[in-house]
Design a protein around this ligand. Structure first.
Ligand code: 5AD
Length: 341
């Protein structure tokens, strides 16, 4: 797909034409990654963060109760993931240097030894040396969203880093043997359609293994909590997010693409199904212990605020209702074998 085709789709609002995009993305999804929906148990291991992103509810300057899970608490969540038949756990946190390299290494080796689950890390910008150690201890994948490829906008909303810095770290992670994932927030105030087209071109250029995108959700206790999106900017809607998911599938046919929690938050009735029918093939149920979950307050109304067993029942019903099935095993990137030649 060319940049101008991508841009046209992002700006398309005819529902019949958009149906064509959804159908095309759904076909590419089926051909390349099949009907399996892979479950990744999300464990929010710490809400400490050194960053001060203007959109985020766990930003450093916000006075909130902070927590860090113990090794045994994390392992307890992994036991639940294994019991529910999930193949992967995702350890996610703010940029918390209190999570030492040694601590994370011990947790990874216990998860590998005791449950044999695949381990995805989503701990923000850590050093290449730390990523190398964690890889040696058995981590499989690294997620680091670049949020927006527009350097000026990135700098405004996420002081202290840049998209290039994040992309460099992702490339380093790939050299270390990780599967790598990025993604964007859709509808950040100030985000243009052009910059979203650049984001999707970047997914293609990086040949990402995982792409997680969700709508921007204003958090009232943050500087971006009251800012509205202007005419000519990309809206933070479920439909706009579905378009980004579909285009991500078109440019990275083999990628693992989640229907994210943020998408389910803006559309609680059908957000996950929308994502899964527009190209997504992954669902990330929240396994964070209930008493900590409300403290991982990156945006308000986070979906999955129900018990783990309730949300498991709900996801089984949804996946079956749209004619799909739960994937078993780690659900690594599906690489097509090129025969002969
Ligand atoms: N709205 C939507 N997504 C957000 N994130 C953080 N704050 C918000 C918000 N207000 C997302 C970012 C981050 C992920 C953990 O949560 O994409 O990478």
């Amino acid at each position: 797909m060319t940049r101008s085709e991508i841009l046209n789709w992002l700006q398309e609002d005819d529902s019949h034409r958009l149906r064509e995009l959804a159908v095309a993305a759904d076909r590419v999804r089926r051909e390349h990654v099949g009907d399996e929906v892979y479950l990744r148990g999300l464990i929010e291991i710490s809400n400490y963060c050194r960053c001060n992103c203007l959109y985020c509810g766990i930003r450093a300057s916000r006075r909130i109760e902070r927590y860090r899970l113990s090794e045994d608490e994390i392992i307890g969540c992994c036991r639940q993931a294994a019991e529910l038949g999930y193949g992967t756990v995702v350890l996610q946190s703010g940029e918390d240097l209190g999570l030492t390299a040694g601590f994370i290494s011990r947790v990874i080796s216990r998860i590998r030894d005791e449950y044999g689950l695949a381990v995805t890390l989503s701990l923000g910008e850590r050093t290449p040396a730390e990523l190398a150690v964690w890889r040696r201890f058995g981590a499989d994948r690294y997620l680091l969203k670049h949020e927006t490829a527009d350097a000026r906008l990135f700098h405004e909303v996420h002081p202290g880093s840049s998209p290039e810095q994040r992309i460099r770290l992702l490339q380093r992670a790939r050299e270390l043997g990780y599967e790598i994932g990025s993604g964007v927030m859709v509808g950040i105030p100030g985000q243009t359609y052009e910059s979203l087209a650049d984001d999707i071109m970047l997914f293609q250029e990086l040949d990402l293994d995982m792409i997680g995108s969700g709508p921007f959700i204003p958090h009232p206790d943050t500087p971006l909590g009251q800012v509205d999106c202007l005419a000519g900017e990309a809206p933070n809607s479920d439909l706009m997010t579905a378009k980004v998911i579909a285009l991500s599938r078109m440019v990275c046919p083999e990628a693992n693409i989640p229907a994210t929690t943020a998408l389910a938050t803006v559309n609680p009735e059908a957000g996950r199904e929308l994502g899964l029918c527009w190209g997504a093939n992954v669902w990330m149920p929240d396994l964070t212990p209930e008493r900590y979950r409300r403290l991982y307050d990156i945006y308000p109304g986070k979906a999955d605020a129900v018990s783990i067993h309730q949300s498991h029942e709900r996801l089984l019903a949804s996946i079956t209702a749209i004619g799909r099935r739960i994937g078993s095993g780690a659900g690594n990137r599906h690489r097509r074998h090129t025969d002969g030649v």
